[in-house]
Design a binder for this molecule. Structure first.
Ligand code: HEM
Length: 185
């Protein structure tokens, strides 16, 4: 991928990053809570309301990630610090690529999961994403575990991403975290 001479991401890239970080973590927490702590037998319609909330928040990622990928290709990212080894730089790029893949794959598998179960994929309680497949238990048997395993993998990736950002800031004391928070004076 192309890189820029500035040490800072553009303001638009920063806003997209933090907005999507908040939405992603909130959606993840609600999905995890519903999937692992609520059951239809005990919690009844409350579980349905929580899943609906999860979907209404998480579907926004589909629109934001398209804008973000467009922005990333038209506005190169800053270079990583010169003192990072090539292996660490390679790992950082791989981690970022996987985060983009997850940002696309999780909402898509989530929508396929909902549709194949015969439910809509609503956005911010405003409208539904046009349903691309009908209710289909065979597809659901594939996309349900896919969505769940991908979400766990996403949780690990995000924890690693946050840990790496904090290490850069507090241990290496370089500009990596600052590049996503500040603008040139
Ligand atoms: C960035 C987007 C998303 C994230 C981070 C995410 C995360 C999660 C997580 C962590 C779970 C719980 C997995 C488990 O059982 O351990 C889950 C479940 C679920 N997700 Fe998503 N998801 C996203 C997008 C979507 C979308 C767009 C839809 C549908 C429109 C969706 C529908 C569901 C459904 C129906 C469940 C099952 C909940 C339950 O069984 O109680 N997800 N998701």
């Amino acid at each position: 991928m192309k890189t820029s001479n500035s040490i800072y991401y553009t303001r638009t890239a920063q806003v997209l990053h933090w907005l999507m970080a908040i939405i992603f973590i909130v959606a993840w927490g609600i999905g995890f809570y519903s999937g692992n702590f609520l059951s239809y037998d005990v919690d009844g319609s409350f579980k349905g309301d929580v899943i609906t909330l999860h979907k209404n928040i998480a579907t926004t990622i589909i629109f934001l990630v398209m804008i973000r990928i467009f922005w990333r290709y038209t506005h190169p990212a800053p270079n990583l610090p010169k003192n990072m080894s090539n292996i660490m730089k390679g790992l950082a790029h791989l981690g970022h690529l996987l985060l983009y893949v997850i940002l696309v794959a999780l909402p898509i598998t989530g929508c396929l999961y909902s549709w194949s179960a015969g439910h809509p994929a609503p956005v911010l309680y405003l409208f539904n994403i046009p349903q691309l497949i009908d209710k289909n238990p065979e597809i659901m048997a594939v996309v349900k575990p896919l969505h769940i395993y991908l979400s766990w993998f996403a949780g690990l990736l995000i924890v690693g991403h946050i840990a790496a950002a904090l290490k850069h800031h507090f241990i290496d004391k370089d500009t990596v975290l600052i590049s996503m928070t500040r603008q040139p004076k």
